[in-house]
Design a protein around this ligand. Structure first.
Ligand code: MEV
Length: 300
């Protein structure tokens, strides 16, 4: 049976600004999605854990369109794909990109087609575009990449060498985050005040630059400070919520080096930078007392 995997992602700094060409610092997560593909009398995509199934329909709903796009691009017919996400959806962790990459890899493996990384990312961007509209490509780059990456539209994903793994705790605020909606809200804010929002984006890009240097130097205190400063700028764009602020306060109280909204915001997840693996576990346990799911992880 042919199989494929895609990773989730966590943005440490730079979301939203990255849509407009700024840099983002992100990690590819071990958690993501898996898919298998087998021959069947008619093509179908099944997601049993969400009790969802879809036929490929170029003019259909987002999932039907996305699946049709993969099959057409790869020249696949009569293939049944079963996929399992291991991430919450609408949480800012790149669940749809991880699913897309897993499904594309599974179908390509089923056909015996070797995909270049560029083609995989192109197909994944096409898949993700069915769900998110305007996207920077950071989700699909992480889903098909590894490690900690400095990403921009111009350069793509550049894996950074860090002297040690970054230990993180990620907690869900309890309410969903729609990337399309939040990206549209930021676009409206930018249309209303282009200079102001461009100024925020320039500040975010500068923070990403200093955070990348800090990560490469193993200076987690400076990285945490940059994350906190980035959070303040995201708050200025109204991307935090009461639920996210409650998680953030708990993490800072528990000694997190930095804590911020991750992903599109307006709900979804908070990421906190920990001293080490045991600290990350304590931070995630503290967040789980407020809302679930929460988990400790690391990127390296
Ligand atoms: C979503 O995880 C991150 C955003 O910057 C959108 C994108 O980069 O495509 C909000």
């Amino acid at each position: 049976m042919a199989a494929g995997r895609g990773r989730g992602k966590v943005i440490l700094l730079g979301e939203h600004a990255v849509v407009y060409g700024a840099r983002a610092l992100a990690g590819a997560l071990d958690r993501g999605a898996e898919a298998t593909a087998v021959t069947a009398s008619r093509s179908q995509l099944k997601l049993p854990c969400w009790q969802v199934s879809a036929q490929p329909k170029p003019e259909g709903e987002a999932l039907e369109r996305a699946f049709a796009g993969v099959l057409t691009s790869l020249g696949a017919t009569q293939v049944e794909v079963e996929a399992t996400p291991y991430l919450p959806s609408a949480a800012g962790l790149g669940c749809s990109a991880a699913l897309g990459v897993a499904i594309i890899r599974a179908v390509a493996a089923h056909l015996g087609t070797r995909l270049s990384l560029d083609t995989l990312r192109e197909l994944a961007a096409q898949w993700d575009g069915c769900f998110h509209g305007r996207a920077s490509g950071v989700d699909t780059a992480a889903a098909s990449g590894e490690g900690i990456g400095l990403f921009s539209r111009a350069t793509g994903w550049q894996t950074l060498k860090t002297p040690q793994a970054l230990h993180l705790a990620i907690g869900h605020s309890g309410s969903g985050s729609s990337t399309a909606e939040q990206v549209a809200r930021v676009a409206e804010a930018k249309a209303a005040d282009p200079a102001g929002v461009d100024g925020l984006f320039a500040e975010i890009d500068a923070l990403v630059g200093s955070a990348s240097e800090a990560a490469q130097a193993g200076d987690t205190a400076a990285l945490g400070e940059a994350m906190n400063a980035n959070h303040a700028l995201l708050e200025a764009l109204s991307l935090s919520t009461e639920g996210l602020e409650a998680l953030r306060a708990a993490c800072l109280d528990e000694g997190a080096l930095g804590a911020k909204v991750t992903g599109a915001g307006g709900g979804g997840c908070l990421v906190a930078l920990a001293e080490d693996a045991a600290h990350a576990t304590r931070l995630s346990a503290r967040m789980a007392r407020i809302a679930e799911p929460a988990f400790a992880t690391h990127v390296a």
